[in-house]
Write a protein that binds this ligand. Sequence first.
Ligand code: ZN
Ligand code: ZN
Length: 335
Amino acid sequence: MTAWLALIAFLAGDPEFLKGQLHLHSNRSGDSDTPPADVVRWYASRGYDFIVFTDHNRITTLPSTPSMLVIPGVELTQNSSSCTPPPPPGLRCLLHVNALFVSPSAGGIPWGASNGTSRDAIYRRALDATGRMNGLAQLNHPNFHYGADGPLVARLAGEGLALLEIANRSWDSNDVPDDQRRPSTEAIWDAALTAGANVYGTATDDAHHYFDARVAGVRGEKVFPGDLGFVMVRAAKNPPAIRAALARGDFYASTGVFLKRIERIADRLEIEIDDRSPGPHHFDFIGAGGRTLSSADGRRASFALEAARGGYVRALVVDRAGRRAWVQPTRVRPP
Ligand SMILES: [Zn+2]
Ligand SMILES: [Zn+2]
């Protein structure tokens, strides 16, 4: 880019990637000791541009700080011991949906009537409530008690589900099950994408501990710390712009890898590592059925879209320490 073009891009206000958190809890959840104002302070000090509060069945609203937007949301938490299909022995039906960017109403959560005990009906009830609050829906931790599989995610994507948590960094989210007959959250995502669903993958903390994380660990408690999984959204720094970028997949999910550039140029997808992430990285370009279409090592990689004709391509970037970034899928039309 010439200096003039760079200047024009700067003047035009080309948005940069904003660091955001889509899943966190405060003491308004009942399973965290941290007051909401301390949660805000904790994330603001870690360079976040925005956070969304997602307390269990409770909308928490707080003013934004000069550096960080604070956005209302709620984790629509439906827990029961039975649903259809039933959970594996010893597990429960813990079916959770984050309603993000909600317009809080005085009357609490606008739950509709329950429409049976099928997993579809339970999740749909949460999507309906999200719609009534004008929220953006994210299906949380699909492998926590095996809440949702690929076909179910694909059905819900046709009914308002926008986001799928593929990396929930709490210790019990079970993103990659020990039982290898069970699909990972990424495999669930690929199954939904292969079925034609448009659903974008997120990484989140699901944090419950902040300033108290170390002390809780010393006490021998299970700790749910923060700043481990986040999204990087290409948008101007205001809630409607961020929400729109999430809804159209203009973001990447990360557990610590930062990207400088994700660009579709003519017939290629190009990705470049940001200076904040040192060293070479491994790139996998993944398509229908979760198949790896090509791989590369280095600080940038390019994929010829031709190789994903009639399907999609998404990218997974891994650094030497195992940190990851997930680039959202691009659909490639059939010939
Ligand atoms: Zn949950
Ligand atoms: Zn949660």
